[in-house]
Design a binder for this molecule. Structure first.
Ligand code: PHE
Length: 495
């Protein structure tokens, strides 16, 4: 391409103006390439002038191209005839398009026929030599020249379907105001180096082409759950929360239940509700002094609580399971924060997978993702919890949330969060929340005047609503259609 641009400029240097069609012929390149060179020169300012014009022109048909390459049908017939002649029937089999070739060659007086010959009609050459003007003309037309070709010829060729009329757009090219033979390469990118060295001032930059189509990025596609997760994550980050490390699906009963003041007889700690791990069946490493305080508060109470009054079992606490909520991670993180002296307030969140032994249906699977937020600070109240949850859901575009008293073993008070669903025309539950109990926080070693507010919700429910998925098995699991993942748009919450 650069070569052609240069050739065009060099030609213009020596000539006043030229038709792009003629130039294509002179330079022996395809006309489209000249058009391309003209277009790219036009982007560089007034180097050339190019006035568009539309000419009538002709283009060869497939048959016409064959004639241009191999010769006209009549010439092929003529050439196929040996000196001693040939039976007509044989000749007709020898050449393609023999029928039309034969009659045209007869008309032109190139061949003659002896009808009375022995063994049937026989064909002989009549002319000593022939000139295949049809082939010559078609070759010219192929190169966009009509030199020496009359209207009668072109009409003839059209009738014989060797050529067809086309409109040819060409340019009359001449020197522009800023004509030069040495064009400098145009920059397509402004680099930090050009800015720091100031060299951008001397460079010429390529103009934007706002009409060009973007290239489809050759990248992967995020699953809708991951798109929605990214949005929730962004909201937490905007609110100043830090992400908790949730990369352990297997958890001990101790962190999943005991540390949360959930008694060992609680029905959730049953195999009907929880997946226990058989190998390794139990965990061994615990902060022993803390574990001792947890045992005390369950069995005997303390910190102003009477506890549950039962024989707390270490074996039960050691049992490994697939975590049933990310609140197990929250417990670990609050314990860790409590070891920092002096205590510094924390704001944590997580979005990751949890497992429950559920009956499967259109909206429930045995695993799902939990979104969880927690703030631990001096003197937080129920008002802080309501305000924080309000701010969080406002950022999701959910206004007018309602709270309903609820029960969790580890929070008091506890509140379910409801929002009015326009489609269902009723209040639907969108989350669960509460203030962690002193029986949970004080054994960890948190100062007495520190409270922790927390809330949790599922990632699947808002994703199903956002992407209008009716059955959760269409969203996650072995039945997922990968095309669904490719086709779904980015997630935009109405924030
Ligand atoms: N862990 C709770 C659940 O599984 C959610 C929750 C988190 C509730 C934090 C209160 C506080 O539903």
């Amino acid at each position: 391409m650069a070569d052609i641009v240069e050739s065009v400029l060099q030609y213009l240097d020596k000539n006043e103006s030229v038709d792009s069609v003629d130039l294509a012929m002179t330079l022996k390149v395809d006309h489209q390439k000249i058009v391309g060179a003209v277009k790219s020169l036009q982007c560089l300012g007034d180097i050339i002038k190019a006035d568009q014009k539309t000419n009538k022109s002709y283009e060869l048909t497939d048959e016409g191209r064959q004639v241009a390459a191999k010769g006209s049908h009549e010439a092929l017939v003529y050439q196929a005839i040996p000196q001693e002649g040939i039976p007509q029937a044989e000749l007709m089999k020898l050449v393609p398009n023999a029928k039309i070739g034969f009659s045209k060659a007869m008309q032109a007086g190139w061949i003659r026929m002896d009808k009375a010959a022995e063994g049937g009609p026989r064909v002989f050459k009549k002319a000593d030599f022939i000139k295949d003007t049809i082939q010559e003309c078609l070759k010219k037309i192929e190169n966009l020249s009509l030199d020496g070709i009359s209207d009668k010829d072109t009409n003839d060729f059209k009738k014989r379907k060797l050529i067809q009329e086309i409109k040819l757009t060409s340019f009359i090219i001449s020197k522009g105001e800023n004509f030069t033979c040495s064009i400098s390469k145009q920059e397509v990118e402004l680099t930090p180096e050009m800015i720091s060295k100031g060299t951008w001032k001397e460079k010429s930059f390529k103009e934007y082409n706002f009409n060009s189509l973007g290239v489809m990025p050759p990248c992967g596609h995020l699953h809708p759950l991951l798109k929605v997760r990214a949005e929730y994550r962004q909201i937490f980050l905007e609110m100043g929360f830090t992400e908790m490390p949730t990369n352990n699906f297997i958890e001990s009963s101790f962190w999943n239940f005991d540390s949360l003041f959930q008694p060992q007889q609680h029905p959730a700690r049953d195999a009907h509700d929880t997946f226990f791990i058989s190998d390794p069946a139990s965990a061994h490493e615990f902060p022993m002094d803390y574990l001792e305080r947890v045992k005390q508060v369950h069995s005997k109470g303390g910190y102003g609580s009477q506890g549950y009054g039962y024989d707390w079992s270490l074996d039960e606490a050691k049992k490994n399971l697939l975590r049933t909520h990310t609140t197990a991670v929250t417990a670990r993180m609050l314990y860790k924060a409590a070891q920092q002296k002096p205590f510094k307030p924390v704001k944590y969140f997580s979005i990751d997978r949890v497992f429950r032994n559920e009956n499967l249906d259109d909206t429930h699977l045995a695993e799902f993702h939990q979104i969880e937020g927690v703030v631990a600070d001096y003197g937080l109240t129920l008002g802080d919890l309501i305000g924080t949850i309000n701010a969080f859901f406002m950022k999701l575009g959910i206004k007018n949330i309602k709270f309903k008293p609820a029960y969790n073993p580890y929070t008091e008070p506890s509140m379910e969060v409801f929002s009015y669903h326009e489609g269902l025309k009723k209040l639907v539950e969108i989350g669960n929340s509460g203030i962690f109990r002193p029986e949970m926080l004080l054994p960890m070693g948190l100062p007495e005047n520190v409270t922790a507010i927390a809330w949790g919700l599922s990632l699947e429910r808002p994703t199903m609503i956002k992407y209008k998925v009716q059955n959760i098995r269409d969203l996650i699991g072995p039945k997922v259609d990968l095309q669904m993942v490719y086709d779904n748009p980015v997630c935009r919450l109405d924030k």
